[in-house]
Structures are given as structure tokens and as C-alpha cells.
Write a protein that binds this ligand. Sequence first.
Ligand code: ATP
Length: 513
Amino acid sequence: MAQEDVFKKLVSHCKEYGFVFPSSDIYDGLGAVYDYGQNGVELKNNIKKYWWESMVLLHENIVGIDSAIFMHPTIWKASGHVDAFNDPLIDNKDSKKRYRADVLIEDQIAKYDEKISKEVEKARKRFGEAFDEEQFVTTNARVIEHKAKRDALHERYKKAMNDNDLTELRNIIIDEGIVCPISGTKNWTDVRQFNLMFSTEMGSMSDGAMKVYLRPETAQGIFVNFLNVQKTGRMKIPFGIAQIGKAFRNEIVARQFIFRMREFEQMEMQFFVRPGEELEWFNRWKEYRLRWHKALGFGDDHYRFHDHEKLAHYANAATDIEFLMPFGFKEVEGIHSRTNFDLSQHEKFSGKNIKYFDPELNESYTPYVIETSIGVDRMFLSVMSAAYCEEKLDNGETRVVLRLPEAIAPVKVAVLPLLKKDGLPEKAQQVIDLLKFDYNCQYDEKDSIGKRYRRHDAIGTPYCVTVDHQTLQDDTVTLRHRDTMAQERVPIASLESIVADKVSIKSLLKKLV
Ligand code: ATP
């Protein structure tokens, strides 16, 4: 199946099974804003729990906060967002569609990469066992030509971005012959900068309203609370502050479902370290964060690091963890060495002393910061796309199964009475009453048992428990496993211990220590 079709199916699956709905659905939606449904919210909460506990429970020197979305507007002056949180946009005059100029060029670079990969794969098939990839890519004329074009474009793009040269970005788009996917023409406007922050007014107009922003990242709420937390928590460097919360960006092009939203959620952790030690900590956090992702078990080949071409104004090192989505490798998380930029800026703009006195060194300094920043919604999308599977069964049927890691599945146990009579529903309810304090259980009595299994496969429920007449006699049930579809007869009394280990977040956290 083409990857585009897989993605379309995933989007409709998310809606059909109560994971994600377009916001304001009955009013035909609102651009790039989405709501999470009854299963989506459970999955999302489990992802957040996994992240939060991996930070705050597993690290004695990391604590959490929950800061407000509205903050003093000077914060965004100090952080550089008012002046520099821009994306370069370009319009196609024929289709009237708006694009990010940098994204158009990055897609073009990806096209050269694809051409090279195709040549390599063709050759691999042709030469079989004897294929030497290294030799092929350095000697094949077509590959050399594609690579030369790619590298030249890459260099030109990097320079234009670093110089903030909007005219050059447009020239690149023209020279590369990049066309609008809708109109198919090269009739482009100039490239302009567009600030991504939403603003609103606080206070009534008569007493002079103040322009405030909806935070475009949660990080600044951590920086401005640095002293509060450090002092009240008696924190010693190195230490971290974690936060999960909403962020807002007026994205120019909001496509690809929940990948790029205007209202989204971030999980950010700022780790404060001694100046000079930041790159060592940067590498440690890179490694730890990748381990967190891989512990979910989707396969190591789904992840890669992508170092930034253009460092943000505050960073001295930056990388992304990219995940193989149905539309290619895409950023899910950013890890940045932010120097002491933010704390120094807030010191300057607030006039307060934001230094740390290091008792071991007997000196004061502005700490350096390593940030790990991951989008909950992008993480959700990556999990859904890796888990979604259409499986051909031996009997010729196809089943859709969400192979979610058990610990984050929305429903852990479905309890199904074989029939709606003979006391089976009541017995099923007793099983739920036994398990419901620890696990999200669901009772389901409608339709044939086969249909009910399929429904739970489709939302990723790892265990289905069927209550039948034998249960009434000997207190045993049929336990069905989602991935293998294997069934076993087990006593009700042992259900808890069978399920316990696998479905708790603890099982994931244990892989991290
Ligand atoms: P991009 O280059 O895709 O716009 P970014 O580099 O601006 O992302 P960061 O500012 O580093 O993103 O934000 C950290 C994380 O927040 C990202 O890795 C992503 O998971 C998430 N994120 C950022 N913007 C959005 C958005 N518009 N919708 C959903 N998630 C987002």
C-alpha cells in the first residue's frame, strides 16, 4: 500500500475509533486544531505519564512545575520570540496557496535523496550478494550527478538561512524549478517573514489593555521560575525542571493531521548545568531520550538523529530525534544546548539577579541549559502510525490491529460475556470490579464475540477476557492475546498477576535504568 494511503487510513481510523476528531467538527472543523476522543485521551495521558515518570520519578534531581499559559509580555521580548520567532513564507499567485519557503526547499533536497536511494536499491537488486554500496555510490555517474546537485543545493540553502537572506531563498525556489503542488506553476511571490505567536488582550479596554501572547513554547515558564524552584526546592546544579503543557503557534502551513497543529502540547525539560559542561550533558540527554523512544519497541530502525543546519539564536548544539512516519523521517523531539542565553536575557530584562551560587566551586554563575522538548501530539502520531497494522489472516480475512505497547494502550482489558443472559453479564461485571482499580477495563456485550475481538484489536486492547457458562462453574475465563490471538483458559484469580507486569508504565520505566 502506498504510504499516502496508509496515512489516510490512519487518519480515518483515528476518527472512527474515538482517538482524534477535527475540532468543532459539526461546524466543519477549524484549521489545524484537533480534539482527542475517548480512546485518544487515554493514550495521550499514558504517553504523558511515561514521559513525566521517566523524568520526575527516575531522576532525583528533576522536579516538575505547571506554569501559566499567559505570561508577562516582556518575557517574549527577552526570549527573542517577538523579533525572531518567524517562518519565511511564500505564496503561489495562481493557487493562492501559502507555503513555508524553507520547507519547499527541504522537500526538494529530500527528492534528490530519494533519487539516490532508488538508484541504490535498483543496483542492489541487480547485483545481489556481490553489491558493494560504498563503491556504487562513489562511482555510478547518475548517483554522482544527483549527489553533486543535492550538496550544492544544501550548501546554498544553509547559507541563505544563516544569513536570513529571503531574496536568496526565493532565487533557490525559482532556480530549482520548484512548482506549487496545487497549480503546478512557478508563479511565486516574494518571501516574507511571518511571526508565529498568537496574541490577545488582557484587561478591559478602558483601563488600557495589555497585549499578551499565548505561549509558543512551555520552556520560558521554566526559565522564569528557575529561582523559585531552585530556592524552594534547595536544588543543586546539575538539576532539571520538567513541564507538560499547551503551546500555540500560528503555523503558516498546517497539514499532515496532528503533526503540525496551531494548538498543541509539549513535554519539556530544562536541565541546568555548570558552564563548560553543557556539551557533555547534551550528549547524555541525547542518548537517554533515544533510549526512552526505543523502549516502546517499535524497532530501532524507526529513529534517527538529525543535527540542525541552522542553530537557533540561543543554541550551541542542537539535534532532532526523527521518527519514520508514513510521510518519511520527521522531527518528534528537539534536544538543544541553549547556553545561558535565556537566563541571561531574563536577568537583563527583569533587572533581577538570576545567578546560582555553586557551593563546591565557591562562585556564582548563570547556569547553562540543556533542553529536551517533545510534542505530545507528534509522539501520539508516531505511536499510532507505528502501531497501525492491517494483517492478513489464515482464513483470508483481514484484521486491523493497533499493536500499541501494552503499557500505553487506552484500554487494558476488555471483559466480554459470551451471551447477554444466564448470569454471564453479572459475572463479567464482577471481573471488572476486581480489576478496575488498577486497569482501564471495558465491558462489551454487543455483537458476536468475533466482532467484539476485532473492535478491541482496532483500539489496541492487549487482553480480552471472555466469560462463559464454564466460568459460572469453575471461575475460569478465556484470556485472548491481541497480537498472537492465542487463547488460554485461566482462573479469574490469576488474571491480575498475568496482566499486571506488562500493562503498567513501570514495565517501560524499568528499561530505562
Ligand atoms: P518544526 O521544525 O517541525 O516546526 P520546531 O523545530 O519548531 O518544529 P520546536 O520548537 O523544537 O519545534 O518544538 C519542540 C517540539 O514540539 C517539536 O519537536 C514537536 O514535537 C513539537 N511541535 C512544535 N511545533 C508543533 C506543532 N505546530 N504541532 C505539533 N507539535 C509541534
